[in-house]
Design a protein around this ligand. Structure first.
Ligand code: ATP
Length: 303
């Protein structure tokens, strides 16, 4: 029997006074990692809160592991581990207290795995929360979520404020949690390296809208930077997929998406000499997407 999708959002809309999440479609299958990337205020946390049933949408539908949200959130949440910055542990209690507390609620608690995570994360279970550093708090929260063995992990900015070593530990453990092929992760991050490293799918959000959502290989493969020399100052071909142009004298760097073999041919036909065609990192794609989306928003505003 086919498993239900890990997350299936259709036409999600949420209207705040100064912000609107518009027509968000977002789906991925169990066993996959979906990374949400976008600038501050793009709507990433709002989407995660909708997925968790912490907010109700104004329009659209959400199913998580086959459960309609928010109506069936109690059933869904037995199988979801959620971590966000605004989650609070009891300051005057120990990590062990929290472990016992979660264990008393969730019969899926895996005590052996919890002990392994304590050692891996170098945490002391009798230490009180108020004495933990930021990185130790993130690791303790991750431990509490992972040791429940949820089918879906939802993380809002899991690596913000972590040093590179702790960041790696957290990412490694997120990946370890996927060893079973039906476990899934939905997470947001400003850190494009994290997204690039562990995601199967990437969704880019800007101004409450999805700009691109596809599997990582297609996402990364669709973007190129063409370096051109244009001694006779001929106009560039008029292509809708040109996303950025940097001109310096006769040298020009053109960033395109939806790249295929026909693109260089069109530049050649327009009399441009291509000196290099480069792939972009996710960081560069992020910056090009933001620049382009900002320009589009300005155009809509002016019209
Ligand atoms: N409860 C609320 N009431 C009014 N506006 C809100 C509310 N929650 C979020 N917003 C607005 O929605 C927009 C998107 O916020 P959201 O937290 O989803 O963005 P984000 O992409 O997660 O940003 P960041 O990367 O800075 O965390 C922001 O403009 C924010 O001010």
């Amino acid at each position: 029997m086919d498993l239900p999708l890990a997350v299936e959002c259709k036409g999600l809309t949420k209207d705040y006074s100064h912000f609107k999440l518009q027509g968000v479609d977002l789906s991925f299958e169990q066993g996959a990692v979906m990374g949400l990337v976008g600038p501050n205020g793009a709507g990433k946390s709002t989407i995660l809160r909708l997925v968790m049933g912490l907010l109700g949408p104004d329009a659209g539908s959400i199913r998580v592991l086959g459960h309609a949200m928010p109506d069936e959130q109690i059933a869904a949440k037995r199988n979801i581990g959620f971590i966000s910055d605004d989650m609070r542990l009891y300051e005057s209690e120990t990590i062990a207290f929290h472990m016992d507390f979660i264990k008393s609620i969730f019969d899926t608690w895996d005590a052996d795995y919890a002990d392994i995570l304590l050692r891996r994360f170098d945490l002391h279970k009798h230490q009180k929360v108020k004495g933990l550093s930021h990185g130790q708090r993130v690791k303790a929260t991750l431990l509490l979520a992972l040791a429940r063995r949820p089918r879906l992990l939802v993380f809002d900015e899991p690596t913000t404020g972590l040093d590179p070593a702790v960041r790696k530990e957290v990412l490694d453990e997120m990946m370890n949690a996927l060893a079973d092929e039906t476990r899934s992760i939905l997470f947001s991050s400003h850190n494009t390296l994290d997204i690039e490293q562990i995601s199967d799918y990437i969704t880019f959000i800007y101004g409450g809208r999805i700009i691109e959502s596809r599997n990582k290989e297609d996402f990364m493969d669709g973007w190129r930077r063409l370096r051109l020399t244009n001694m006779q100052s001929k106009p560039l071909p008029n292509l809708p997929n040109i996303k950025d142009i940097q001109q310096s004298g006769h040298l020009c760097a053109v960033t395109v998406n939806e790249y295929d073999e026909s693109v260089p041919a069109q530049f050649n036909s327009a009399g441009q000499v291509i000196t290099a065609i480069e792939r972009l990192s996710l960081e560069e794609i992020f910056l090009a997407n933001v620049k382009c989306a900002k320009a589009m928003t300005m155009m809509e505003f002016i019209q």
